[in-house]
Design a protein around this ligand. Structure first.
Ligand code: NDP
Ligand code: MG
Length: 333
């Protein structure tokens, strides 16, 4: 059973009135900065001089400064720039300027686990990885809840790294719902595997394949969109709230029966075998090597995947359908 931390274990003094330098103000950075500020930390935001987010962070009432100034005297330094950009940002602005016992906080284990960042020995290196996007981390916090987070310690220079990581997780609101102990390796490998095989790879491709199968068989694209994409939300919400069994209690017995029989044909041993290959590529570093090379080369293949998928039929039909259903195009209700 995973070790979950409780609010009663938090030492507030480790986060309240502590200086936290949040580097980057994107999805995670903005949410973490605001949650920490509302939890009583003294938050400063470190951005590059030409950042379009200087204005946004300033308007939210946060102190914004160049990265090397933000980290000066900070108790916590939180790296919330994209993983691909992080090693260069760390080398240029942070490494060599760190004080004894500052805490380096990562939101994902990637750069430590794959050896792309080597912090000096005089700092704590911890992971507080929220399991969800920044906007959800913020909106949950504002509603009095939080997102689950994974906590790990890579390096304990101060002797207090674990307590400081737990206090940080409290600051972003994750102890309200559950923060549990793992390792950088476990968080990195399970996170990459699940986003590739299930969340961001498997599910979208399954949706696309279902949509394309129906359209190719002559059905209206609107029907295919509603049946294969729009309805996923209700099913996923049920699974998250009530598990697979609870979801099945809410659907018709026809859907339940068809799901058992056809589901195992669609996700067969071949799929499971390829999942193992995906996991192996994550574990042996070959996925990371491929992605690092793509990022270093300017991400042209990523951009080409993005535009190819954006111009596919499910997207044009979907845009019109969402405008009809939600009254706007991109925002989720
Ligand atoms: P974002 O892409 O949203 O970060 C954007 C911010 O990073 C901007 O402020 C941007 O600067 C800054 N930035 C980008 N490149 C550079 C650079 N070369 N030099 C200086 N600043 C730079 O990142 P995310 O929030 O998506 O990810 C941050 C971390 O959080 C990652 O480790 C990620 O794995 C982790 N994470 C992300 C989740 C998510 O849902 N997004 C979920 C859980 C963890 P500017 O303002 O100048 O454009
Ligand atoms: Mg992920």
């Amino acid at each position: 059973m995973a070790r979950f931390f409780e609010e009663s274990e938090v030492e507030p003094v480790l986060i309240v009135d502590r200086r936290v330098a949040v580097i980057g103000y994107g999805s995670q950075g903005s949410a973490q900065a605001l949650n920490l500020r509302d939890s009583g930390a003294k938050v400063v935001v470190g951005l590059r001089p030409d950042s379009p987010r200087i204005q946004t962070a300033g308007a939210a009432g946060l102190d914004v400064m160049p990265i090397h100034e933000a980290i000066e005297g900070a108790d916590y330094i939180v790296l919330t720039v994209p993983d691909a950009a992080m090693p260069a940002v760390f080398e240029e602005h942070i490494h060599g300027r760190l004080w004894d016992h500052q805490v380096l906080v990562f939101a994902h284990g990637y750069n430590i686990h794959y050896g792309r960042i080597h912090p000096p020995e005089n700092v704590d290196v911890v992971l507080v990885a929220p399991k969800g996007p920044g906007p959800a981390l913020r909106s949950e916090f504002v509603s009095g809840r939080g997102l689950v987070a994974v906590i790990a310690v890579h390096q304990d220079a101060s002797g207090r790294a674990m307590d400081r990581a737990v206090a940080y997780a409290h600051g972003i609101g994750s102890l309200r719902v559950g923060a549990y102990l793992a390792t950088f390796r476990e968080e990195t490998e399970t996170d990459l595997f699940s986003e590739q095989a299930v969340l961001c790879g498997g599910i979208p491709e399954l949706v696309k394949a279902g949509f394309e199968t129906l359209v190719a068989a002559g059905y209206q694209p609107e029907s295919a969109y509603i049946e294969c994409l729009h309805e996923t939300k209700a099913i996923v919400d049920l699974m998250v709230a009530r598990g697979l069994t609870g979801m099945r209690e809410s659907i018709s017995s026809t859907a339940e029966w068809g799901g058992y029989v056809a589901g195992k044909k669609i996700v067969d041993d071949g799929v499971r075998h390829r999942m193992q290959e995906v996991l192996a590529a994550v574990q042996n570093g070959s996925f990371a090597a491929e992605w690092n090379a793509e990022a270093d080369a300017g991400m042209s293949e990523l951009v080409s995947h993005r535009s190819k998928d954006a111009s596919s039929e499910i997207e044009s039909v979907g845009e019109a359908m969402r405008r009809r259903i939600f009254g706007h195009t991109r925002k989720h209700p």
